[in-house]
Write a protein that binds this ligand. Structure first.
Ligand code: DHB
Length: 388
């Protein structure tokens, strides 16, 4: 089959890109190896930057982000037994929204399917060919085991960290810039009321914890654990004990734990984001550790740039924006890489941390919270740098 843009991956990046392209009169096909049900029910991130909410509102003025989502005007950093609030609107005039990624996906899937988008589930990309030509192709296998070739004017890899499009662009799937971390997050979903009004990022002598939320009835919490931790090795009682010991000063509201998972920590940026008639967005292009919630927001920022570049290329035959895509996207990507690494290293306890390291971290946190410049730096990054 033939289309103008072949989008591999129906996550937030791929779906939003298909919308922005359709808006510019550019037809696309979106494929994903997962089923619709799996896409809509995988629990991922929960925080949307101001710019992400502005875009979702522009796409659909009735978006549930504004009704079901919850605006958060600050976070708390806790260390040495004290909480310090970072007041986002007061510092930078922006906020963030708590609205789970899978809800964004439900909204976007309904919207795209309602608009007649060619969107195919259970279709696995196996190879991308001829990106140096003006007719690149995506070779795929359908759920029924049939082979299907999609010929396009441009191929977009929005297919996550195990991207099939990436090796066609970078030469092999691992070429890029990597960093590993000596810890991970143990995450839970619990049926309980919120333990605090705003998110708490806590640096404690026993390690990091994050008290987040999902809704008035469901809460998301994380604590630092070993990278090889087994999510089933702890009893509910042990989980609550660990969490509680890491947020001294707050009594957590406990409830049944109905989901648990271990999230790995990695930083990665592919060494090429575009080659010929193919480009990468989102996790296919980069991975950030979760602290600071930049992953989905960064993917959506990539897409805003790429949509503009594809519009110029495919409707006006103007190559300037697509030639500049990698460099322009990289600027934000590396700012987000720095922010995610910085929040991670400032708040977590390395396995070999000395007393010096603990006190230095407290000094670092203090220089942020006791300075308006420090708090503004954090607030600007957390709520998202403006898209230019
Ligand atoms: C959540 C995840 C994050 O990484 C973060 O910084 C804040 C919130 C969450 O899943 O709720």
């Amino acid at each position: 089959i033939r289309t103008r843009v072949a989008i591999v991956g129906a996550g937030p990046a791929g779906l939003i890109l298909s919308h922005l392209l359709a808006d510019a009169g550019i037809e696309s096909i979106v494929i994903d190896q997962r089923s619709r049900d799996e896409i809509e029910h995988t629990i991922r991130a929960g925080i949307l930057e101001q710019g992400t909410v502005d875009l979702l509102t522009a796409i659909d003025p009735n978006t549930r982000v504004n009704t079901v989502g919850d605006r958060h005007d600050g976070i708390e950093l806790r260390f040495q037994g004290e909480g310090h609030r970072i007041d986002f609107p007061g510092l930078v005039g922006r906020s963030v929204w708590l609205y789970p990624q899978h809800e964004v996906l439900k909204d976007m899937l309904a919207l795209r399917l309602g608009a007649g988008q060619d969107l195919r589930f259970g279709v696995t990309a196996t190879r991308v060919e001829d990106i140096d030509s003006e007719r690149p192709r995506v070779l795929t296998t359908t759920a029924a085991g049939e082979e299907l070739t999609i010929e396009a004017d441009f191929v977009v890899g929005a297919d996550g960290s195990r991207s099939v499009v990436r090796p066609a662009i970078t030469g092999d799937s691992r070429s890029g810039f990597f960093r590993e971390y000596p810890f991970a997050w143990f995450g839970i979903l619990t049926e309980a009321p919120p333990s605090a009004e705003e998110l708490i990022y806590s640096n404690s002598p026993n390690g990091f914890a994050l008290i987040s939320q999902r809704s008035p009835e469901v809460q998301r919490m994380y604590f630092q654990c070993a990278p090889d931790a087994d999510p089933n090795a702890l009893s509910e009682e042990q989980i609550w004990e660990t969490l509680q010991s890491r947020v001294p000063g707050t009594t957590l509201k406990e409830g049944p734990i109905f989901q648990r998972d271990v999230l790995r920590f990695r930083s990665f940026v592919a060494n090429e984001l575009r080659h010929g008639r193919a480009a990468l967005v989102g996790d296919a292009a980069h991975t950030v550790p979760p602290t600071g919630a930049k992953g989905m927001n960064l993917a959506i920022a990539d897409v805003m740039l790429l949509a503009r570049a594809l519009r110029a290329l495919l409707t006006e035959n103007d190559e300037r924006l697509i030639d500049g895509y990698a460099e322009q996207a990289s600027r934000r990507i590396w700012k987000a890489q720095h922010f995610s690494w910085w929040m991670t290293s400032m708040l977590h306890t390395a396995p070999d941390a000395s007393e010096f390291d603990h006190l230095r971290q407290a000094g670092e946190l203090r220089s942020v919270v006791e300075s308006e410049a420090g708090r503004s730096f954090l607030a600007e990054a957390y709520t998202g740098w403006p898209i230019d």
